[in-house]
Design a protein around this ligand. Structure first.
Ligand code: ZN
Length: 133
């Protein structure tokens, strides 16, 4: 059973090491996603075969969940292909970039929380200033 939408399918898009399954890529986008936790990594490069990449750097930029949700089906498949290529051909760079990406995401979350809490405080100040005058 898909852990995101609850659908039962014959073949899952992605299965994670902890047993979590996603029926298709849309569900896998909604699920917190770490390709290093993927069990069926060979299946995962389907439906399009991963083309052997020419030597050299694979350029890849991680996208945020929000950005991923903006992509259409083809763009999303393409993104995962590149993701997989990057992981496969430059595992070291992948790891360090991925850690940076995770850290960025974390910092963004913290900033959002900070922004929300400070704007609350400013509202409070604003009200009390109004009361003074
Ligand atoms: Zn699903």
């Amino acid at each position: 059973m898909c852990d995101v939408c609850g659908k039962r399918v014959e073949k899952y898009w992605v299965i994670f090491k902890n047993g979590t399954k996603c029926c298709d890529y849309m569900c896998s986008v909604k699920h917190p996603f770490d390709i290093r936790e993927v069990v069926n990594i060979e299946d995962f490069s389907e439906p399009r075969p991963v083309l052997p990449k020419k030597k050299g750097e694979v350029k890849f930029t991680f996208k945020s969940e929000e950005e991923l949700l903006q992509l259409n089906d083809d763009e999303l498949l393409n993104y995962y292909e590149e993701f997989d290529n990057f992981r496969r051909y430059q595992p070291d760079k992948f790891s360090s970039d991925y850690d940076n990406y995770k850290e960025d995401q974390y910092i963004k979350e913290m900033e959002n929380e900070y922004y929300l809490s400070t704007s609350d405080e400013e509202d409070g100040l604003f009200v009390s200033e109004n009361n003074i005058y």
